[in-house]
Design a protein around this ligand. Sequence first.
Ligand SMILES: Cc1ncc(COP(=O)(O)O)c(C=O)c1O
Length: 457
Amino acid sequence: MGEEAKVEVLPEEFDPKGIQGPIGPESNGVEVVLGRNVHKMCLSIQEPETDEEVTGEREAYMASVLARYRKSLVERTQHHLGYPLNLDFDYGALVQLQHFSINNLGDPFIESNYGVHSREFEVGVLDWFARLWELEKNEYWGYITNCGTEGNLHGILVGREVFPDGILYASMESHYSVFKAARMYRMECVQINTLVSGEIDCADFLEKLLLNKEKPAIVNVNIGTTVKGAVDDLDRVIKTLEEAGYKDRFYIHCDGALFGLMMPFVKQAPKVTFKKPIDSVSVSGHKFVGCPMPCGVQITRLKHINDFSRNVEYLASRDATIMGSRNGHGPIFLWYTLNRKGYKGFQKEVQKCLRNAHYLKDRLREAKISAMLNELSSTVVFERPKDEGFIRRWQLACQGNIAHVVVMPNVSIKKLDNFLKELVQERANWYQDEKIQSPCVAADIGKENCICVVHKN
Ligand SMILES: Cc1ncc(COP(=O)(O)O)c(C=O)c1O
C-alpha cells in the first residue's frame, strides 16, 4: 500500500489559493447535480497492513493529510463571510475532555443509567436561556439539540401533538427545515407571502387564517430569516391570530436559529418572551454563540412535554427529544462560553456586529452596489457577484440574484475591507467599468436599495 498511499493526491477542495493549486472557476470543486452522486472529493480508506514499516509510512501519510487539511481550514476560515458562524473562540481548556465519550441520551432532567454525561452543564445552559426568554425554572422544559433544524423539528412536532389537526403556517422565507417538518409529519402546511424585507406579510396571513378557521394554527415565526435576516413581527402575528378568532387555538414556535440570541440585546427589537403566548423557541449554538460543533438550544413549556414524552425502561429515562444519543460535549462548550461572556459580553458582541454590518452596507452603497440591511439584522444582502469563483472564495450564500454576508463577531472591519476591495476590483472587470449593466435587484431588495441603471436615481 505504501507506494499507492504516498502518491495519492488530495482533492482540489483541499487546495485553496495560497496553499496549493487554484480555487475558483478553474477549480472543479463543488458541483451540484440533482439525482446524481458526484464523487469528486474522497480521501479513500485503505485497509491497515500488518507490516510495521508500512504502518509507519501510513501514519506519516495520515499526519501529512491532517496537516494540509488544517492549513486549508485556516485559509477557508479567513475567507468565510456567507454563513452565520461565529468563528471567534478559544476552547483550549476543553481539550482535556476529548478522551471521553460524553453522551446525554434521554431527558436532560432525568438521570439515566449511562454515567458519562454532562447533564449538569446542559441544565445550567438551559436555565440561562429560559431566563433570557423569561420562563420560570419550574415551567420550562428543553434540551441541547444537534442544531437549529432539530429545534424546528421538535417545536413543530410538539405543536402537532398539542393540536393534532393543526395547520402549519410559515412564511415563504422560512428555513427549509420548517417545510421538511411538514413533510416528515405529514402536516397540512400553508405558506404565507413575505414583504420585500423578508418579513411575514400579516395581511396575507390573516386572509389564509380566515380560510381555515375550523382548524387550529401552528405557526413558525422567524427571528431572523436565513437569506435576508428579517425578523417577523411577533406581536403582529399574535394580534392577527386573535383577530382571526384563533384565541387559545394556536401554537407558536419561534425559529431563532441565528438571531434568537441577538434579539434580546437589541433595544428596539420586539421582545421574544414566554410572557407572550408563544410555545417554543430554538436557537443554533454554533451560530452567534460560537461553538465549534453544531448544536442548539430548544426551550418549550413544560406542560406540553408531559403529554408528549414516553418512558423508556432501558434508559431509565424519558424520551422527549428527537434524537437518541445526544452530543454531551456541546453543552460543555455552551456552558463554557456563556460563563465567559455572560449577558453583557453578548450584548457587546451584538452591538459590534450591527455596527460592522452598517459599515459594510454603507461601503457597498458608496461603491454603487445594490445592498439592503434590515433594521434588526446583521445580514447584509447585496447583488449576487457575477463570478462563481469569487462566491466560492468568500463562501457567500446566494439565492437567485442576491447574495449575503452575515456579520458575526469574528468579522472585523479589516476583513470587510479586504472583501470590499476585492469585490470592487473584480466588479470593475465583470461590468467593464459600467459598460455592461449590473442586474436589477429591485424585486428582491426593493427599488430604494437597488442601484441598477433604472433605479439608481
Ligand atoms: C432561520 C434558520 N432556521 C434554521 C436554521 C437551521 O439551523 P442549523 O443549521 O443549525 O440546523 C437556519 C440555518 O441557517 C436558519 O437560518
